[in-house]
Design a binder for this molecule. Structure first.
Ligand SMILES: [Zn+2]
Ligand SMILES: [Zn+2]
Length: 256
């Protein structure tokens, strides 16, 4: 299974994450924060599956732009998977013919079907997409947000999406067969713990406090580090020296 955290911009692509998009196996994207800005359009055309964990702007920013940019070349619909509140918000507040056209009502250029299809998924219920088995688990964030457990054959990965301390996600991730890695929101350094708790994100200290909830010994990759705090978070992890905790490199392809 291959995973890439896409860059958020072109000027400082490798040390600054302001948006979230992970690409899995070149076929499926978790969150539409940066894919439409960071990936070249030819490669975007090969991706039709988009799972949206929640509708905060940093997780959906490039999605509407991408649909329109690719429109003339699309041969099959873009499938956007989300739980009820996510689909409702995208329909009411983004693809509402005011902020952006309602592409669910616009046929593909060859007239064969809609350009955009929303696929309703349910928490704790696995679904199949792009050959992967994915289970959304609700996490602890100011808006309804799901972490994702992703299985590809006999290997598993887990993505917390945006969360502060939480229980069910770690419990369910612990049951995954052959869990190789967990990608965790560590937005702020531990000096900003009150802000992290208020805004629903972890810090290095609260991540370390969470880890006993996770069985096994998967690698832990910190992502979603706020740009102004990146240096402090990296330094804090170096000081903690936990052998399985890494800061995920933006743009690098990891494979298990
Ligand atoms: Zn968020
Ligand atoms: Zn976020």
């Amino acid at each position: 299974m291959k995973v890439r955290l896409l860059p958020s911009n072109v000027s400082r692509p490798y040390d600054c994450q302001t948006l979230t998009s992970f690409v899995i196996n070149d076929k499926l994207v978790i969150d539409g924060g940066s894919i439409g800005f960071a990936m070249n359009p030819q490669d975007q055309l090969g991706i039709h599956h988009f799972v949206v964990t929640h509708t905060h702007a940093d997780h959906i920013a490039s999605l509407p732009v991408m649909v329109a940019d690719l429109y003339a070349f699309l041969k099959e619909p873009m499938l956007v998977y989300g739980i009820g509140p996510v689909i409702t918000d995208l329909m009411q507040h983004v693809f509402n013919n005011r902020i952006w056209p309602d592409f669910t009502k616009i046929p593909l250029p060859d007239g064969s079907g809609p350009t955009l299809v929303f696929k309703l998924i349910e928490v704790n219920k696995p679904f199949e997409a792009a050959g992967l088995r994915i289970t959304p688990i609700e996490v602890n964030h100011p808006v309804t947000c799901t972490g994702l457990l992703v299985q590809d054959g006999d290997k598993s990965l887990a993505f917390t999406s945006d969360t502060y301390k939480t229980d069910l996600f770690w419990a369910e991730a612990s049951k995954l067969p052959n869990l190789k890695a967990v990608f965790v929101d560590v937005s702020f350094p531990s000096t900003e713990e009150p802000l992290a708790e208020r805004s629903g994100h972890l810090t290095p200290r609260s991540l370390v406090e969470e880890l006993p909830k996770l069985a096994g010994e998967p690698d832990i990759f910190a992502v979603h580090i706020k740009p102004f705090f990146r240096r402090a978070v990296v330094a804090e992890f170096a000081e903690i020296g936990h052998p399985r905790i890494h800061v995920m490199e933006i743009g690098r392809e990891y494979e298990w």
